[in-house]
Design a protein around this ligand. Structure first.
Ligand code: PMP
Length: 423
């Protein structure tokens, strides 16, 4: 691959080196969690060893230094998605970010928070829209919000080939729609969704847009202001960063009017025994002690990705994806989920092996040193839509090689024979 130095990149990931017993992990489960380069591990540890202190609190030198590291990290990660620092709220992950938004809207509905937050208040019969392809993290918070407020949850259908049904979107999104939440890339289909078209429909309906960017942020250049979504979430541990850190991005005017979800220390201007006043964003949404070393680790992760260049990352992964998909298509008895021709994708394939349970297939691959995910991948409605309960999912990242894809294909070609399922 001309665009990036893959050998050098692999050297940066301790876990991808030969292990003490001489085996080597063929890691194809990055959609679940990515591996971390040494730069990320070191950044977190270095901070803890040399600069750790309570941020935004102490007046002492160390606290001031720690605060500077923490806020620099915010600026770096915000810049990675094209945003200003104040548009980035730290969360413990995408699940936390989506729950924050749904609960904040619930608080607005209950008349809590700020006067301006009335713009988010829901009336019984108002509609929340998601897609049939949702990760449970972008479905259950909306189900709960609907149950609490009397709003109605509706969904956009998906075509047999895995692309979103835009006619369904046009018929579902209407005058009563208040929120349209959808994934940039589904963690099962791997197809890049038409964000601009969906945002346009939502704008026409004056609905708030919420983008789940977990599976796009690690794999393609992402400029959230250009996509024009109101809110978006992404997850550190899927983009070479630490666990327990994520980002919630918001348009400045949306964050400014959104009431808080969690309340407590570090998010207030004045507290009385009866009532209190809150800080503006992002601090309004960051009650309590924050994941400081993780934020610094995530900044190192996006600096690492930017060092390679997201264009080069994407180009490399597109090549891996084609190799994997074309290889799997050519194997008998393999049924790919959402196998649309010519779709924009990330390097992720979910498939069924005819006559073999996904868990057996996963164990067969694991015995050959290949790590994939099996199950419903937190997307039960989507699997049900395709008449399946479980699939095998192979997902690549910047550090994977053609050889690893070939080893996957070679191993998959032996599954049915091994289990006596067809020729
Ligand atoms: N949305 C999608 C599309 C995901 O793939 C995941 C992670 N499996 C999540 C949300 C949840 O992210 P987190 O682990 O940061 O809570």
């Amino acid at each position: 691959t001309p665009d990036l130095d893959l050998a050098a990149i692999r050297q940066d990931f301790p876990l991808l080196a030969d292990r003490p017993d001489g085996t080597r992990a063929i890691y194809l489960d990055s959609a679940a969690t990515s591996q971390r380069p040494r730069a990320v591990i070191d950044a977190e540890v270095d901070f803890l060893r040399t600069a750790n202190a309570a941020v935004h609190r102490g007046a002492h030198t160390l606290a001031a230094e720690a605060t500077e590291f923490f806020e620099d990290a915010r600026a770096t990660v915000a810049g990675f998605v094209g945003a200003d620092p104040d548009q980035l709220v730290w969360t413990s992950g995408a699940t936390a970010g989506l729950n924050l938004v749904a609960y904040a809207i619930g608080n607005a509905t209950a008349g809590r928070g700020l006067p301006a937050s009335a713009r988010f208040a829901l009336q019984p019969g108002d509609e929340l829209v998601v897609t049939e392809t949702e990760h449970h993290a972008n479905l259950l918070p909306w189900q709960e919000l609907a149950a609490r407020t009397g709003a109605v949850l509706r969904h956009i259908a998906v075509h047999d080939d895995g692309t979103l049904d835009l006619e369904s979107a046009a018929s579902v999104i209407g005058p009563r729609t208040r929120v349209v939440a959808f994934p940039h890339v589904s963690n099962v289909l791997g197809i890049v969704n038409p964000v601009v078209a969906l945002v346009e429909m939502a704008r026409d309906a004056e609905a708030l847009t919420v983008l789940d960017a977990c599976q796009s942020a690690p794999h393609l250049p992402l400029d959230l202001p250009t996509l024009d979504v109101d809110l978006a979430v992404f997850s550190g541990h899927k983009m070479l960063g630490p666990y327990a850190i994520g980002g919630l991005y918001g348009r400045a005017d949306v964050l400014a009017d959104l009431p808080p979800f969690l309340v407590g220390g570090s998010m207030i201007t004045r507290v009385g025994l009866g009532e209190s006043e809150y800080l503006p964003p992002p601090q309004r949404f960051e009650a309590g002690t924050q994941p400081v070393s993780q934020a610094i680790g995530l900044a190192a992760a996006v600096r690492y990705l930017d060092g390679i260049g997201m264009g080069a990352v994407h180009a490399h992964e597109v090549r891996l994806e084609r190799r994997m998909r074309e290889g799997l298509r050519s194997l008998p008895g393999i049924r790919l989920l959402g196998d649309a021709e010519g779709a924009d994708r990330v390097a992720l394939c979910a498939f069924e092996v005819e006559g073999v349970h996904a868990h057996d297939a996963g164990q067969f691959l694991d015995a050959r040193g290949i790590s994939v995910r099996v199950g419903h991948h937190c997307a039960q409605p989507l699997h049900r839509r395709f008449g399946m309960t479980a699939t095998v999912r192979a997902s690549a990242a910047v550090y994977n090689t053609d050889d690893e894809i070939d080893e996957l294909l070679n191993a998959v070609s032996g599954i049915r024979g091994f289990f006596g399922a067809g020729a």
